[in-house]
Design a protein around this ligand. Structure first.
Ligand SMILES: Nc1ncnc2c1ncn2[C@@H]1O[C@H](COP(=O)(O)OP(=O)(O)OP(=O)(O)O)[C@@H](O)[C@H]1O
Length: 258
């Protein structure tokens, strides 16, 4: 039986982590934990250590100092910021999903269905829109049934309505699978309201908390300026809405900042 107390729900924990390259410290003093069903978002300016921190979480990078604990057998699904694809070669969606591991056709179909991309199975990857491509990358990560999903800038190259739809999808994935989610957001303007914890990085953890507390914190304002704090919009999910339609009507986002 699965234990549900707090400690056993933890997927990964970083204590006082630092990463150094030569004489340069890229990040230091990082404390961070992600539990099942929890959404953690990393924000910060370019070069502030978001990717470095995410790489320590996934185990691609080793910490130079501090402790890293991962739940034994932790399965991680990773949605990269960019994927190097030889765009000159024809590649179907179903082939992309199974490129690095073999899955049965019904598994591929289920994964694509879960992200609303079942109809794209035989489509050429080259022909997909930005939002469709992101969904396919989600399917590729989810087919491994990860405990932890790491999303590097999930809404990049996606228009505003598509962005809202992707946040909906992320929430749905969390609700249906119970996985933990670590998200890197280069877009400071929109942070999912469902985010349990925002970590604002600048080589170290500047401030942390719910999206609302981070937005109001002096450290965040100092780092990004008062104007940025005012334009940090938090996408709110309206639970009463009709799924699949009119997502944008429920977004409380200041259109001026987009
Ligand atoms: N392998 C490396 N060797 C040396 N320096 C590195 C290496 N990887 C990253 N850095 C440096 O570490 C710092 C943090 O980089 P990182 O990619 O984690 O930032 P980021 O917050 O994800 O940035 P961005 O928003 O631009 O993607 C940067 O100054 C970067 O130049």
């Amino acid at each position: 039986m699965r234990e549900l107390d707090g400690a056993s729900n933890q997927l990964v924990r970083l204590n006082g982590v630092a990463v150094a390259r030569g004489r340069r410290t890229l990040v230091s003093g990082i404390d961070l934990s992600i539990a099942r069903g929890e959404i953690v978002t990393l924000i910060g300016p370019n070069g502030s250590g978001k990717s470095t921190t995410a790489k320590v979480v996934t185990g691609v990078l080793r910490a130079s100092r501090g402790q890293v604990w991962r739940k034994p057998g932790l399965r991680i699904g990773y949605v990269p910021q960019k994927l190097s694809i030889d765009w000159t070669l024809p590649l179907t969606v179903e082939r992309l999903v199974t490129l690095t591991a073999a899955f049965a056709p019904h598994e591929v179909e289920a994964a694509l269905r879960a992200v609303g991309a079942a109809h794209l199975k035989r489509a050429a990857v080259q022909d997909l829109s930005g939002g469709e491509f992101q969904r396919v990358l989600f399917a590729r990560a989810m087919i491994r049934k990860p405990d932890l999903l790491v999303l590097d800038e999930p809404v990049q190259g996606v228009d505003f309505a598509g962005e809202i739809a992707l946040y909906e999808l992320i929430r749905e994935i969390r609700d249906t699978t119970g996985c933990g989610i670590l998200m890197i957001s280069h877009d400071l303007h929109v942070v999912m309201a469902e985010t349990d914890t925002v970590l604002c990085l600048n080589g170290h953890v500047c401030c942390r908390g719910t999206p609302d507390t981070v937005k109001a914190s002096p450290e965040y304002r100092q780092l990004f300026g008062a104007r940025a704090a005012e334009t940090l919009a938090i996408y709110q999910h309206d639970h009463s809405h009709d799924h699949g339609h009119h997502h944008h009507e429920h977004a409380e986002v200041d259109a001026d900042v987009r």
